[in-house]
Each structure stands twice: as structure tokens, then as C-alpha cells.
Design a protein around this ligand. Structure first.
Ligand SMILES: C[S@@+](CC[C@H](N)C(=O)[O-])C[C@H]1O[C@@H](n2cnc3c(N)ncnc32)[C@H](O)[C@@H]1O
Length: 201
């Protein structure tokens, strides 16, 4: 049987964590200017290079691993990149906690955990619900860039994009190349870029 005290404590902990995340995001993420978002940014190799090359763009890297975010923050501080932020969070919690009006110009998902077993597919970031929520924060110029070395995940993600209403794959060159830790270990990789689906498409 459920213990009501433990359940109440659990709910209080979740509420507090969400409130802390909302405060951190409100301090870090511009509420009016679209920002570049990297999901599962790892140690921040890609985003640090991107932010250095695009000083006028605010770049926000999110990862659930504290150790990886700490490493990213050290990179940011060493390079004095004022336009670069790293936040420890689950990508879905981050999306839920964004302030009203916050939008992104680009989303990068680079070598996300592939969860190869079918019963674990629900843990993948590329889900119809996630894509629908992300589309709420996108404008017509927004691009979602996806790259993986695990072909079955790539094909499944392409299929999910084709089946849902919010995004469509476009034939555009990859906008910015920078080797990530996982890319450096991969023999090959597969990429697509998607944009919000126009109303008439
Ligand atoms: C395979 S690693 C890739 C790291 C980096 N993008 C690269 O290419 O080297 C996947 C990363 O996603 C992070 N991650 C996994 N699930 C996540 C989630 N739901 N929200 C945010 N980060 C997540 C992991 O902690 C890990 O750093």
C-alpha cells in the first residue's frame, strides 16, 4: 500500500526541482530572442565551438549528467563565451519549464542515446509528443538537426517525423560541423534537418 507521507514528500521534491529549474532557466534563457538549443550536449564540444563562431547567438546546452554539464561550464569559462549556457536537466523538463515567449532558432540532437531494445524505445528523445511540444517553441525559420551513428534510430526518427504533423524533413546542408565525443568514436553517421511543417504541406 502507498505511504501517504512518502508520496507527499516525493511530490514536494518534484515541485521544488521544477521550481528551481524554472528559476535557472529564467536567468539563463532569453525570453524574447530565439536561442540555439542542444539536447544531450555532453561535454559541450559542439556548442562551445558553435557559440565561438556565432557570438551574436545565445546557445543553451542541456544534459542530464551533472559531470558533463560541469565540464561544459569549465570550457565556457576558459573560453569566456558569454553567449553560451549549460543547464543540467532532462530535455523534456527543460522544454516544459521554458518561460512564455521563449523560442529557439535551432535544435541540435547529436548522437542521442539510441536505446536499441524495443522495450526501451520509449526512453528515446525522438517521440511524437516531444516533437509536438518542441514545435510550440519554433518559428518558421527554426531548424531541428538530428544526427546519430545508429541507423535503426535514424530510420525510426525519419518515420516518426513523416507520420506527425509538426515537422518535415528538408534537403539542406548541415549548417555547422564540429566533431563531438561520440562522433569521434563513430565509423559513420546519419543526419537529417527538419523544419516546422507549413500549414499547407
Ligand atoms: C551518447 S551521449 C552524446 C553526447 C554528445 N552529444 C556527443 O555527441 O558526444 C548522449 C548524451 O545525452 C544525455 N542525455 C540522455 N538523455 C537525456 C535527456 N532526456 N535530457 C538531456 N540529456 C540527456 C546523456 O547524459 C549524454 O550526455
Amino acid at each position: 500500500m502507498e505511504n501517504p507521507t512518502r508520496t507527499a514528500e516525493h511530490i514536494a521534491r518534484i515541485t521544488q526541482r521544477r521550481s528551481n529549474l524554472s528559476e535557472l532557466i529564467a536567468r539563463s534563457v532569453p525570453s524574447q530572442t530565439p536561442f540555439v538549443w542542444e539536447i544531450g550536449c555532453g561535454h559541450g564540444h559542439f556548442l562551445a565551438a558553435y557559440a565561438a563562431a556565432h557570438p551574436a547567438e545565445v546557445c543553451v546546452g542541456v544534459d542530464i549528467s551533472k559531470d558533463r554539464i560541469d565540464r561544459g561550464l569549465r570550457k565556457r569559462n576558459r573560453a569566456k563565451l558569454d553567449n553560451l549556457r549549460f543547464i543540467q536537466a532532462d530535455a523534456r523538463d527543460f522544454l516544459d519549464a521554458l518561460p512564455a515567449g521563449a523560442t529557439f532558432s535551432a535544435v541540435y540532437i547529436l548522437f542521442p542515446d539510441p536505446w536499441p531494445k524495443r522495450r526501451h524505445h520509449k526512453n528515446r528523445i525522438m517521440q511524437p509528443e516531444f516533437l509536438a511540444a518542441a514545435a510550440q517553441r519554433a518559428g518558421q525559420g527554426t531548424r531541428l538537426h538530428f544526427r546519430t551513428d545508429y541507423e535503426p534510430y535514424f530510420r525510426d526518427s525519419e518515420r516518426i517525423i513523416h507520420q506527425q504533423a509538426d515537422w518535415q524533413i528538408v534537403d539542406e546542408p548541415w549548417p555547422f560541423e564540429q566533431l563531438t565525443v561520440f562522433q569521434s568514436r563513430a565509423a559513420s553517421h546519419f543526419s537529417f534537418t527538419a523544419r516546422p511543417r507549413p500549414a499547407d504541406a
